[in-house]
Write a new protein. Structure first.
Length: 372
């Protein structure tokens, strides 16, 4: 008989509750307000950040995330009453974060959203390259029309995120494989998600309309919840090189896993449609490098460099909370190379992985401090 989640959680080490069942923490709560402005492949839920902030950071303190991703640490810091700085090498991640944490004049955004809704249409431009390959002609024409409208509006970056989200949904791919499509799907197919025969998406305006309104409501909700006395800053760059500053009260981060996900390729539609700066060659643990011995050695060096630099920005005795799935046992060496001492290791069960992936999944929260 399979072990229940309650029994499973009782066996996990540590006195800080970090595992939640689906009943305790449904997807709607894991993706509350701006956390779902755009889907992002990751397990770093805001409730985990909230627990770590409450446990390890002084009230009103300042937090650093050198692998900020979609901005979970920054958003939750603002909701919980902390200042935060997030660093990421991927320009799409930085765009998404800035839209999530930016202060928005909601009546003005609402007016612009309804104006854009009235202007949805199609462009006569014939798409080429990626857009021509991955989208049905009508969907491509609608996405390109929307893109041409963006610069007319004050909240252009919000509209860019809406365009990216709609472009993700409107690709010529199966409904059950939006995360890792290998090739355009042009014919009807048996859909594992809907349990019936489906056809690839042919148009994009329905997604643009839906996400315009959804984005407005999510930003409106976050404006009500955020602590107006605190700020978050996004830095686009390589955390191994940039000057971050000092005076932080904690690092809370979830580094990329080696050889698993290429976040630039994952969001290729956004890079192509928005003309974003592609720095995938700087991405630590890039999937293109795989998990060879040399790639893992480079990963250890790179993560160590980042953590060592981050530790130097902290107030004396301040902790680093590093969320990892260290199945290759790389982090003992990483911590040693970083000049860090492990204080605690908390284990958590990750509830309900996304897409068609399944099976039990666990990760650790490594709590460390800088060696004196």
């Amino acid at each position: 008989m399979a072990v229940t989640q309650q029994a499973l959680y009782e066996e996990l080490s540590g006195d800080l509750h970090l595992s939640w069942s689906e009943a305790e923490l449904p997807e709607k709560e894991r993706t509350k307000h701006v956390h779902r402005l755009h889907p992002y492949l990751g397990k770093f839920v805001p409730q985990l950040v909230e627990a770590l902030l409450g446990r390890y950071v002084r009230p009103g303190g300042r937090v650093l995330d050198p692998f900020a991703g979609s901005g979970t640490t920054l958003v939750q810091s603002l909701e919980s009453g902390y200042d935060a700085v997030g660093v990421d090498v991927a320009s799409f991640n930085c765009l998404l974060m800035r839209v999530k944490i930016g202060r928005v004049e909601i009546p003005g955004l609402e007016s612009e959203v309804h104006d854009v809704l009235a202007r949805l249409g199609e462009t006569p431009v014939r798409p080429r390259g990626y857009v021509g390959e991955w989208y049905a002609p009508r969907a491509a024409a609608q996405l390109l029309h929307f893109r041409a409208l963006i610069e007319d509006y004050e909240h252009a970056d919000v509209l860019r995120v809406v365009l990216a989200r709609a472009a993700r949904s409107a690709r010529l791919t199966t409904h059950f494989d939006l995360e890792f499509p290998k090739a355009p799907q042009r014919d009807q197919y048996w859909c594992h998600k809907h349990r019936r025969t489906c056809r690839p998406v042919q148009e994009a305006n329905k997604f643009l309309a839906r996400y315009l309104l959804d984005t407005l409501e999510r930003l409106r909700e976050f404006e009500r919840l955020r602590d107006g006395a605190h700020e978050a800053v996004v830095v686009h760059g390589d955390a191994r090189e940039i000057v971050i500053g000092e005076g932080f009260d904690a690092v809370i981060t979830s580094p990329p896993y080696p050889g698993l996900i290429d976040y630039h390729e994952q969001h290729r539609y956004a890079y192509e449609l928005l003309g974003l700066d592609d720095r995938r060659e700087r991405e630590l643990g890039a999937a293109a490098l795989g998990a060879s011995r040399d790639a893992l050695a480079a990963y250890v060096v790179g993560i160590s460099d980042v953590l060592r630099r981050c530790a130097a920005t902290l107030e004396p005795g301040a902790p680093l909370a590093i969320v990892v799935n260290d199945r290759r046992a790389l982090y003992p060496e990483i911590l040693e190379r970083s000049g860090l001492r492990l204080l605690d290791r908390l284990e958590r069960h990750v509830n309900r992985r996304t897409g068609r992936r399944s099976g039990e999944y666990f990760e650790s929260v490594l709590v460390a401090v800088r060696e004196r």
